[in-house]
Design a protein around this ligand. Structure first.
Ligand SMILES: *Cc1c(COP(=O)(O)O)cnc(C)c1O
Length: 462
């Protein structure tokens, strides 16, 4: 069997792979704890051999041993972290993107896909009421989106200082709240810049006055090049006061980046759209379709109000690349820290095109309703304590009388029973629980079942 011809054997293999994918889409794989590497070694053995295992055996190894050793994020009771629940169309089209040998770096290579991806990006820009000029590209995740946006912001701030004859500052800094995602710290580390913390208010929300205070309190020699506001904090789902923060940024001429990796999707939900007031004023925005917009991993939308500023910051120059450097066409690789690029926005585009945006609004509203019902169940239970009023689809709570070990025991038990995946978090220096609902197949009944296992007053998890 050759590797590159669609001969009878390869055709049979392709069909088996597609059949496997179809079967997987129609069933929930169980939730279970991961095995150890030693256990997998015993089950799977060595799969990389000079002559190959053959298609049947390699696929069997995956289906029987490797896939069951992975957590299905689209399980309705995957309630930890931020899950992902791709639509049927998006998952299916991922196979097409993977089997089309199309590169999404440049217009020259991928005009048709770049055109389609840009329509999907435009939908997100429209949700935010960003200007007609807005544009960007799809990157691997919020982490890469945040880094690429901040690189653009610093590049622009530095260029403006140079134009003004002020020279480079001793240090560059980004202002962010403690509730900002860990990827902001990570980006700052990569960039060699400082993070200046701005205080959140009693409702865990970053506001304009705290941002203005943090900018004013910067150390001598330090210049602030960007403020990061979070539209849906990962731990609690809080949307920062974007309009007030935009005022503070405008006042001091600082770039406003909004990290909506998790929460930005909720701009499509009329019941919570007001929480995003002021988002049309952003300089850059990140929204992860692989979180709450039902796209397979990995897919994050990065959108700039003025993409030309990103192009000057990110375009790579080399002799062999000069022929594609062309600002009369849209080259996605010019807008992030990337060159070769999977057209990872295509499954998302296909799904939007198939089902229409109303279906997205409805699905997101449904998850918000399940989150509200969960909040009500927590409030109604004497042994539970709601930590903050949920703004999006994260519900954070405590079980009265429980500490870290109790939560962990409870989570372990739920996973061992295959009931649900939850993980403890921290809030205000103490252990707590959170559930994040981004799967439209998650029901109020699922949450009822999970919360019922928290026992009554006085019980311990053991
Ligand atoms: C998940 C998340 C990120 C990181 O996104 P990845 O896609 O995991 O890289 C960044 N910011 C927020 C607010 C998030 O919730």
């Amino acid at each position: 069997m050759g590797m590159h011809d669609l001969d009878a054997e390869n055709e049979d293999l392709v069909r088996k792979v597609i059949d496997y994918a179809l079967e997987r889409l129609g069933s929930d794989s169980p939730l279970s704890s991961p095995p150890s590497a030693e256990e997998l070694q015993a089950l799977v053995g060595n799969t990389i051999t000079p002559t190959g295992l053959g298609g049947t055996e390699a696929l069997r190894t995956f289906a029987d041993h490797l896939a069951p050793a992975c957590m299905p994020t689209d399980h309705p009771r995957y309630l930890a972290f931020v899950a992902g629940a791709p639509t049927m169309a998006a998952s299916a089209f991922d196979l097409v993107v993977g089997s089309s040998s199309l590169c999404g770096s440049t217009w020259l290579d991928g005009a048709g896909m770049v055109f389609a991806e840009n329509q999907a990006l435009r939908w997100i820009a429209d949700l935010a009421d960003m200007p007609d000029s807005a544009g960007g590209c799809f990157v691997t995740g919020g982490t890469m989106g945040n880094l690429s946006a901040l690189v653009t912001a610093r590049h622009d701030a530095d260029r403006r200082r140079m134009d003004a004859g002020s020279g480079h500052p001793q240090r560059w800094a980004v202002v962010a709240a403690e509730s900002a995602h860990s990827s902001i710290d990570s980006a700052a580390g990569v960039m060699g810049v400082d993070v200046l913390l701005a205080a959140v208010d009693a409702g865990e929300r970053l506001r304009g006055d705290a941002v203005a205070a943090a900018i004013a309190a910067r150390p001598a020699g330090t210049e602030v090049f960007a403020v990061v506001a979070t539209a849906g904090t990962t731990n609690l789902g809080i949307v920062d006061d974007i309009d007030g923060i935009a005022d503070a940024c405008a006042e001091s001429g600082v770039w406003l980046h909004v990290d909506g990796a998790y929460g930005g999707a909720a701009m499509a939900a009329p019941s919570v759209r007001h929480r995003f007031d002021g988002i049309h004023r952003v300089d850059s925005l990140v929204v992860d379709p692989h979180k709450w917009l039902f796209s397979p991993f990995d897919c994050a939308a990065l959108v700039y109000a003025n993409p030309a500023l990103a192009r000057v910051a990110h375009t790579q120059h080399a002799g062999y690349l000069e022929p594609i450097i062309d600002d009369s066409v849209w080259n996605p690789c010019d807008y992030a820290n990337v060159l070769t690029r999977r057209a990872r926005g295509m499954p998302f585009w296909f799904s939007l095109a198939v089902y229409g945006t109303d279906a997205y609004t409805e699905a997101i509203e449904h998850t918000l309703e399940v989150a509200r019902a969960t909040r009500d169940m927590v409030v109604a239970a004497d042994h539970l304590e709601l930590l903050v009023e949920p703004e999006l689809s994260v519900v954070a709570f405590r079980r009265r009388g429980w500490g870290q070990a109790d939560y962990q025991t409870w989570c372990d038990r739920l996973l061992a029973a295959g009931t649900a995946l939850l993980t403890p978090t921290t809030f205000d220096g103490g252990a707590a629980m959170r559930v994040c609902i981004v799967n439209p197949r998650t029901t109020v009944g699922d949450l009822q079942e999970v919360l019922a296992t928290l026992g009554g007053a006085g019980d311990h998890a053991a």
